[in-house]
Design a protein around this ligand. Structure first.
Ligand code: ZN
Length: 196
């Protein structure tokens, strides 16, 4: 399993491609990702979304149309692809599959699991696969996602931070910025949880 990434759009949102033996899994394709996906992917299998913010889902619909694959989205964020709270999403769309906490999707023999960590958004999730965590806008290197947006919830963020501290170590690929590990972030996450 190989991970490649590129940042797209005004917020430099990381799009990840997980390269498997017989195809690729696309995570959080932002504005302009389609052209890159066409170049780096031979056989895209699915689009997985960590949450519904426009900068993470901008090219979902175009990629789905181009490759005929499904979009998986946390259930509580599905409304954002039809009614973007920031009014910046050009192509409105409905996801194909709405996922809940601990839902697992097997793609080319690898299990991708959604874990629900609400706070940044109602459906905010991380996606784990094979010791790796795609943390979206929940956890960044030395920081966490904002919880002051429309539909954010600080109390839920606090609960989510406490919940993730019970997880084993993972390599973390966040929605913005550099990769890290859960072990490297634990002290920072404890401080954030105390500060909310
Ligand atoms: Zn976000």
């Amino acid at each position: 399993m190989q991970i490649i990434s590129r940042a797209f759009g005004i917020y430099e949102t990381n799009c990840y491609v997980v390269v498997l033996d017989n195809g690729e899994v696309i995570i959080d394709p932002g504005d302009g990702a389609l052209e890159w996906i066409e170049r780096v992917c031979k056989n895209p299998l699915a689009i997985l979304c960590t949450h519904g913010h426009f900068d993470h889902i901008y090219d979902c619909d175009a990629i789905r149309a181009r490759f005929g694959i499904k979009i998986y989205m946390p259930r509580s964020d599905a409304f954002m692809s039809l009614n973007d709270p920031f009014k910046l999403l050009e192509a409105k769309f409905s996801p194909n599959v709405l996922v809940d906490d601990k839902d697992e999707i097997e793609l080319d023999g690898v299990k991708f699991c959604f874990h629900h960590f609400p706070g940044h958004t109602p459906g905010c999730s991380v996606i784990t696969a094979d010791g790796i965590m795609f943390s979206g806008d929940f956890i960044f290197k030395n920081s966490i996602g904002r919880y002051d947006f429309p539909f954010s919830d600080g109390e839920l963020m606090k609960k989510s931070l406490k919940k993730v501290l019970e997880f084993q170590n993972y390599k973390i690929y966040p929605g913005h910025g550099a990769a890290t590990t859960l072990d490297a972030e634990r002290n920072s996450l404890i401080r954030w949880a105390q500060a909310i």
